[in-house]
Design a protein around this ligand. Structure first.
Ligand SMILES: Nc1nc2c(ncn2[C@@H]2O[C@H](COP(=O)(O)OP(=O)(O)OP(=O)(O)O)[C@@H](O)[C@H]2O)c(=O)[nH]1
Ligand SMILES: [Zn+2]
Length: 334
């Protein structure tokens, strides 16, 4: 069960099905916030000496519930293995854009008919390895599923091509301006969705300017592609980004806020971007970005970044601290 969704009845039900008291699973980031020594890279399982209550697990998992509660004395703290079902449950919570914390209780499931066992209890059985492979499986399954001409202000010769995994799931968009030549390096922007910046014109970040600036710059050159990736909030989702904003209003920087919530500073993956570029026939790009991690991520996915094209816009009173934190903490080049 996800820590975020649980109430007292659900907690009792899980304990009843398992026959043991549930443990709380948190990421290594959240474990550090809770001052747990050497939690290991894949998170920890916390088993409290006198069991979990909803209030206690909220204080351990959710910074909005209050300052991180000290872990009670006598709590067993076990590092999670990379390929464990427990670790997979935390990844599943991330995929659902919830807080990355779950409740787990080993259940006496008969090995051969786990699905039947689960169905009889109104549960869903999911194999840990499927969850662990989810991001890569979804990226490999991306296909163009719809496209249309969408003339944009200042870039009238534009097509929007939507990509989606064959078995459903979240869409990413390719905005193809002009007729980029697959033989040459294509001018490209890989833009991570930002509802507040892109749509509302938020001044907390530079996303809106980067989005419109990229379209203008590509149109000025005559051709190129902008990928609009569904990974809001550096991959933590819009709701968690709003939570992170609220923590930043309390004095944390953008990286610390992510960590309080249990996330890495940047949870994005770039295999979907690489798959889409390859699908469109592009293997060499001139990438408009200030983020060196994007350049190395594309290279890891066998796309050649022949040039990094700086993509900077003037700061304002609200985003100055954010831009400075990105430079200082995450190595962005301004
Ligand atoms: N978690 C989190 N995400 C944020 C925050 N501010 C903006 N974002 C998200 O960050 C993403 C944009 O990433 P940035 O780090 O600004 O820039 P970048 O894409 O890495 O680098 P550039 O290519 O140079 O723009 C968008 O998905 C935004 O929603 C924040 O304070 N916390
Ligand atoms: Zn933004």
């Amino acid at each position: 069960m996800t820590a975020e969704g649980v109430d007292a009845a659900a907690l009792a039900r899980l304990g009843g099905i398992a026959g043991t008291a549930p443990s709380l699973l948190v990421t290594a980031r959240r474990a550090s916030v809770l001052h747990l020594a050497a939690p290991g890279p894949h998170g920890v399982r916390l088993t409290l000496p006198d069991g979990l209550t909803v209030e206690r697990l909220r204080l351990l998992a959710d910074p909005a519930a209050g300052d991180a509660a000290p872990v009670p004395p006598g709590t067993s703290v076990e590092p999670l293995a990379a390929d464990s079902g427990a670790g997979a449950s935390v990844i599943l919570a991330k995929v659902a854009r919830l807080l990355p914390a779950t409740l787990a209780a080993p259940c006496p499931v008969p090995a051969l008919d786990a699905a039947d066992w689960a169905r009889a209890r109104d549960l869903t059985a999911v194999a840990a390895e499927d969850v662990l492979a989810h991001h890569e499986t979804a990226a490999r399954a991306l296909r163009p599923v719809g496209e249309a001409r969408v003339p944009l202000e200042g870039a009238e010769d534009t097509r929007v091509v939507a990509f989606r995994p064959v078995d459903g799931g979240i869409e990413h968009l390719a905005i193809v301006i002009g007729r980029p030549d697959p033989a040459g390096p294509v001018l490209a922007r890989i833009h991570s969705e930002c509802f507040t910046g892109d749509l509302l014109g938020s001044l907390r970040c530079d996303c809106g300017e980067q989005l419109r600036g990229a379209i203008q710059a590509i149109a000025a050159e005559g051709a190129g592609v902008l990928l609009y990736l569904a990974q809001e909030g550096r991959g933590i989702g819009l709701v968690n980004k709003l939570r992170a904003y609220s923590l930043q209003d309390g004095g944390l920087d953008t990286v610390e806020a992510n960590e309080q919530l249990g996330f890495d500073d940047d949870e994005r993956i770039y295999s979907p971007a690489a798959e889409i570029l390859r699908h469109l026939g592009f293997e060499r790009v001139r990438l408009m970005t200030n983020n060196p991690r994007k350049v190395s991520a594309l290279a890891r996915h066998r796309l050649e970044v022949v040039e990094r094209v700086p993509h900077t816009f003037p700061a304002n009173a609200y985003n100055l601290g954010y831009l400075r934190a990105k430079a200082r903490r995450s190595g962005h080049l301004f």
